[in-house]
Design a protein around this ligand. Structure first.
Ligand code: FAD
Ligand code: UDP
Length: 380
């Protein structure tokens, strides 16, 4: 029987960071078990048959304000600086998203746009970011017209497709991720660090878990081997409801389906992501070469179709931020507390939180420092 200090379930950011820390800093023997046939979790990328590097589970753009997270990941990759730009199709034209002052001038005649610009700056201040629902609430007169215009043309259709819920029905934090930006800055994010791993995410993960203390087993549900191995502690980064065999019912997730197209031309669209808030059943098209910087005469794009998640039939992509779901999550959280420190839960699926990659890394580093280092001496 194999003996490990830790069994880690899931080789995404959360599981891989924890495996790396435990193996390299505390000299722990780790078994990293992954259900899928690859490492990297949802950030996994690979070269398709046409030789284009694609993100298997949708576009992944790294951005963070955390120097700690940036420095940590920089041990395992060099970076390609990348300031993501996204466009939304509004009445047949492509405008910057987040909707900003440049978008305003594209949607309205210059004199009227100028008037709205002045009103916006007077009301909110240049450089400010206002979530659409806040803007609707706080606006009156012409600004109220503008807020409703942006709501209808950018948010309502996209959010209803993406979540099966209107912006009012889903947690405010979701649409607040893409606020109205009273600025001329066309970048999607304003974080200090914005980049893509130079050789891709999968290569970064390979380096992260390349340690003789880490054994990786792919294509395996941990439940199928858990009784055949011996370990002191478990870290679980899968869906928390699945761990408890759906004791209190299923936590809702939103799923996605991707359709790929390949073209014998250098580029298909002018930005990494173009969103379609109102037209078509898909929400957005990603063209990977804009993100990765890969040079090639041909290109691959992915259409993204949101779907209801059906347990066992689709992948749980997004936890759905909603008070009822948080309530159900809390029941699972109390079950997990009964297990003490022998089984630790962390990650987008185990915490049932809409983490970005940097937040998943920060969560893993904090768990390591607070809960795993305390009783053991670090290697110096
Ligand atoms: P995951 O990556 O989901 O890893 C969990 C792993 O556990 C999975 O690989 C799963 O197969 C495995 N697992 C589950 N159950 C079992 C089991 N029983 N046995 C064995 N293994 C199991 N973040 C950004 O910062 N920027 C972006 O641009 C961005 N874009 C995104 C786009 C999409 C479409 C999605 C869905 C997410 C995006 N994210 C983005 C978020 C990012 O993917 C997550 O923050 C990150 O992947 C979370 O890592 P994790 O390890 O917590 O979870
Ligand atoms: N959103 C929208 N229209 C857009 C882009 C985003 O309504 O053109 C809303 C939508 O509700 C979406 C949310 O903003 O789910 C967050 O968008 P983000 O790009 O952060 O989504 P992710 O990349 O996490 O899927």
């Amino acid at each position: 029987m194999n003996q490990f200090d830790y069994l880690i379930v899931g080789a995404g950011f959360t599981g891989s960071v924890l495996a790396e820390r435990l193996a390299s800093q505390l000299d722990k023997k780790v078994l990293l078990v992954e259900k899928r046939d690859h490492i990297g979790g949802n950030a996994h990328d690979f070269y398709n048959e046409a030789g284009i590097l694609v993100h298997k589970y949708g576009p992944h753009i790294f951005h963070t304000n955390s120097k700690k997270v940036w420095n940590y990941l920089s041990q395992f990759t060099n970076w390609r600086p990348y300031y993501h730009k996204s466009l939304a199709t509004v009445e047949g034209i492509e405008v910057p998203i987040p909707f900003n002052l440049n978008a305003l001038y594209q949607c309205f005649p210059p004199l009227y746009a100028g008037k709205l610009e002045t009103l916006l700056i007077d009301e909110f201040g240049y450089g400010r970011k206002i979530p659409i629902l806040k803007m609707k609430e706080r606006s009156s007169g012409e600004l109220s017209f503008l807020a409703n215009y942006i709501y209808e043309h950018v948010f309502l259709g996209y959010t209803t497709k993406q979540w099966g819920l209107t912006p009012e029905e889903i947690d405010d934090s979701v649409t607040a991720r893409v606020p109205i930006h009273i600025s001329r800055d066309n970048r999607y994010f304003q974080d200090i660090y914005q980049a893509i791993p130079l050789e891709g995410y999968t290569e970064m993960f390979k380096k992260m878990i390349d340690n003789e203390n880490i054994e990786v087993v792919l294509s395996t549900n941990y439940k199928d081997i858990v009784n055949d191995i011996s370990f002191d502690r478990m870290i679980y980064t899968g869906p928390i409801d699945a761990y408890f065999d759906y004791l209190h019912g299923e936590l809702p997730y939103r799923s996605l389906q991707f359709e790929y197209r390949h073209f014998e031309q250098e580029f298909h669209q002018s930005a990494g992501i173009v969103t379609y808030p109102n037209e078509f059943d898909f929400t957005r098209i990603t063209e990977f070469k804009h993100l990765t910087g890969q040079k090639s005469r041909s290109t691959t794009i992915a259409y993204e179709f949101p779907k209801a998640h059906i347990q066992g039939k689709s992948l749980p992509y997004y936890p759905i931020p909603h008070p009822e779901n948080r309530e159900l999550f809390r029941k699972y959280k109390s079950e997990s507390k009964q297990l003490g420190k022998n089984v630790l839960f962390a990650g987008r699926l185990a915490d049932y939180l809409y983490y970005d990659m940097d937040q998943a890394v920060a969560r893993a580093l904090s768990l390591f420092e607070k809960d795993l280092c305390s009783s053991t001496q670090m290697i110096t």
